[in-house]
Each structure stands twice: as structure tokens, then as C-alpha cells.
Design a protein around this ligand. Structure first.
Ligand code: ADP
Length: 375
């Protein structure tokens, strides 16, 4: 918008008319004081300023606005009979641009100058916009790079832990083999197997992440018996964690349509976390029940729990509760994958938790999902 400042109403009217006819938006002020008030409130691209006005003259107005942040980008065209002094008097004004036109005003020249200032203004605005976007992009990439580095360091550490155990057990195995001690060989082989399984799960999770990113996580759906796979998982979990008491509630009578292996993955993840994040407790409650056309499944522990603000982000990729991340190993991707699996089954995943009291992770999925969402 352009602001015309002139004490003579007839000048204002004729200038306004020409500018508006050429598509510019125009505001007016009939004194220096009024102009200052308007400039304080609004941003103008250009001010056309009469030099000779009673009270505050045009140069004084220019000096006064030189400090306004709102007028930082504003250009000024003086309408002056005494054009020679313009640069001297207003050198304090470091604005978007400065120019003058001698009176009587040649409208063609004025229009030319106005258009030039507008073009410069548009160009500098576009440049600023581009610079802002570029800076945002740089920040975004820096943050992504930092997250990636952090992830690689955590992932390598997580992979190294079972690797080191495997190496150690194999050395011990060699000794037991030399001694022909079959009993100990069996025990150590079992331990190696456990660590290999850990490694396998970690690599599978990492692969899942990259499949999710590239939209290539595929599902192999068919009807299956939910409670049967749940019983099977609990049996295996019980063998691996003899000290934990699994309390099973509810029953599902219908078969459900989904990817058995992927649902199994979610159940295992919930139970593994319930054991991992409740080192002081040995009870895990597992519920599966039919609620209308949906199944409800939950795993409740009596462990460290999660504060409300973390609960909102717990399903984000790589998110781990910082205060406890040193104490418990992990990559922060299990729940992210669980969420993807459940949402792709048209279900919902959630958590109820109180710090210090424990957590309950649950999901709902439809027994018979709509067919067009299957892939
Ligand atoms: P990981 O356990 O490998 O870090 P997850 O994605 O499974 O990754 O979990 C993300 C984070 O959620 C964990 O780091 C932990 O802070 C928190 N969390 C998950 N399950 C529980 C639980 N049962 N009790 C308390 N905190 C949990």
C-alpha cells in the first residue's frame, strides 16, 4: 500500500486517482503528525511525501520514521521544489529506498518511479521468503542428520551387545566341547541361540522401519484364531521368563482377519516391554476380548510407568523416555512399528499409564476389516 502525505487536498486527490487507476492501493494523510500515526500502525511499501508542509515538514517525517521497525523496508519519494537538499537532509534514513520528484509533478515519471519501487519491493520480499525457506530447510536437514547419527550410534551399540555375548559364549563352548561336557555345551548353545534371536529381532525391526519409510511393509492377511497365537506366545514367554507370572483374562470366540505374524509381533512387543520396564514386579496381566465387531487386547504391567507428556510421543519413531533410556536398552522403534501394524489393520493403539504405578498398552482391531484397505 502507498501512503500519500500532503497538506493540499487537491494534490492528494489527483495523485490518489492516478495511482488507483493504475492498480495501487492508496492511503492518505494531510499532515506529518497524521502520517506518523498511520506509519506506526500499518506497513507501507512506499510513502509519497510532500516536503513543504506546515508543522512537521516532509524531511522531519522521514527522519522520525527512520527508527521505526515497521518502516524498515518502506521507500520514500519526496515531492519537492528544493530537490538538491534531499540527500543531505535525509541521510539518516536507511530505508528500502529514497527518491524525489520536483513539483509540479509529472505523473508519468511518478508512475515510473512507483512501479520501480514496487518491483524492487516484490523482488526483495520474494528473496526474503526464499531465504527463510532455505534456512528452515537447512535446520530441518541438520536435525534429521543429527537424529540419524544418534540412531546409528544407538543401533550399533544395541547390535554389538548380543554380538559380544555370542562371541563370549562361543569361546566358552569351545572349552566345553574340548572337555566333552555335553551338558554345559547344551546350556551354552541355548544361550547363543537366545542372543542370535535377539540380534534377529533387532535386524528385523530395522528392516521394518525402512519398509515403512518406503511404503513397502506388506501384509499377508487371512482368518486366524487370535487366542491360539496368544496362548502360544505366552507359553514361549513363560519359558524365557520363568519368574514372571502371566495372568490371562478374557476370550475371543471368532476368528479374526489379519496378518497373523504382524499381530504376533505387536503382542510380543507389548509383553517384552511390560517385562523390561517393570524390573521390580513379576506380574503381567494380559486381556483379550471381543467388543462388538472389534477385538480388544491389552498388556498391563506394574512397572515404572510413563508421564503424560511422554505418553503423547511414545509411538513416535526413535522416541525413548530420556530419563530412563540409560537404564533400559532399546532403539525406540518397537512401538512405532506396532502403531503402523495396528493402523494398517484399521485399528487403534493406545496407552494408560501412571508414573511409578505401571502401564497398560492396548489395541482394538476390527474382526472383519473393510476389504479395500487390505494390502
Ligand atoms: P524400546 O523399548 O526399544 O526403547 P519401544 O518403541 O518399544 O522401544 O518403546 C519406546 C519407549 O517407550 C521406551 O524407550 C520406553 O521409554 C517407553 N516404554 C515402552 N513400553 C513401556 C512400558 N511398558 N513401561 C514404561 N515405559 C515404556
Amino acid at each position: 500500500m502507498i501512503l500519500i502525505v500532503d497538506d493540499a487536498p487537491e494534490n492528494i486527490i489527483s495523485l490518489k486517482k492516478v495511482l488507483e487507476k493504475n492498480g495501487f492501493e492508496v492511503d492518505t494523510a494531510s499532515s506529518g503528525d497524521e502520517a506518523l500515526k498511520k506509519i506506526l500502525k500499518k506497513s507501507y511499501v512506499l510513502i509519497i511525501l510532500d516536503v513543504q508542509m506546515p508543522g512537521m515538514d516532509g524531511f522531519e517525517v522521514a527522519e522520525a520514521i527512520s527508527g521505526y521497525s515497521k518502516a524498515k523496508e518502506t521507500a520514500i519519494i519526496f515531492l519537492s521544489a528544493a530537490s538538491a537538499n534531499v540527500n543531505l537532509i535525509t541521510r539518516g534514513y536507511i530505508s528500502g529506498g529514497l527518491d524525489y520528484i520536483s513539483k509540479p509533478v509529472d505523473m508519468n515519471i511518478l508512475l515510473l518511479k512507483v512501479k520501480t519501487f514496487y518491483r524492487i519491493y516484490e523482488q526483495s520480499r520474494a528473496l526474503n521468503e526464499m531465504q527463510k525457506k532455505l534456512l528452515e530447510e537447512i535446520e530441518f536437514r541438520k536435525e534429521a542428520e543429527r537424529k540419524k547419527d544418534e540412531f546409528i550410534s544407538i543401533a550399533s551399540h544395541e547390535l554389538k551387545t548380543p554380538m559380544t555375548s555370542i562371541k563370549g559364549y562361543i569361546q566358552l563352548l569351545e572349552r566345553s566341547v574340548d572337555k566333552n561336557d555335553t551338558q554345559t555345551v547344551k546350556v551354552r548353545l541355548h544361550k547363543v541361540q537366545n542372543q542370535v534371536e535377539k540380534l534377529n529381532l533387532l535386524v528385523a525391526d530395522l528392516l521394518d522401519i525402512s519398509k515403512i519409510e518406503s511404503g513397502k511393509l506388506k501384509f499377508n492377511r487371512k482368518y486366524f484364531n487370535f487366542d491360539k497365537i496368544l496362548d502360544h506366545i505366552i507359553e514361549i514367554m513363560q519359558q524365557a521368563n520363568p519368574n514372571v507370572k502371566f495372568i490371562r483374562k478374557g476370550e475371543i470366540h471368532s476368528e479374526i482377519f489379519g496378518d497373523e505374524m504382524r499381530i504376533e509381533q505387536v503382542i510380543i512387543n507389548f509383553i517384552t516391554n511390560a517385562i523390561k520396564y517393570a524390573p521390580e514386579s513379576n506380574e503381567v496381566h494380559i486381556t483379550s476380548e471381543q467388543r462388538g465387531d472389534e477385538i480388544y487386547f491389552s498388556v498391563k504391567d506394574f512397572g515404572i510407568g510413563i508421564a503424560k507428556d511422554h505418553q503423547l510421543r511414545i509411538f513416535d519413531k526413535f522416541y525413548r523416555v530420556e530419563e530412563t533410556s540409560e537404564r533400559f536398552q532399546g532403539l525406540g522403534i518397537g512401538l512405532y512399528i506396532c502403531q503402523e501394524i495396528i493402523e494398517r489393520h484399521q485399528g487403534s493403539i493406545g496407552i494408560n499409564s501412571e508414573p511409578g504405578e505401571g502401564s497398560e498398552f492396548y489395541f482394538n482391531i476390527p474382526l472383519h476389516p473393510e476389504t479395500d484397505a487390505q494390502s
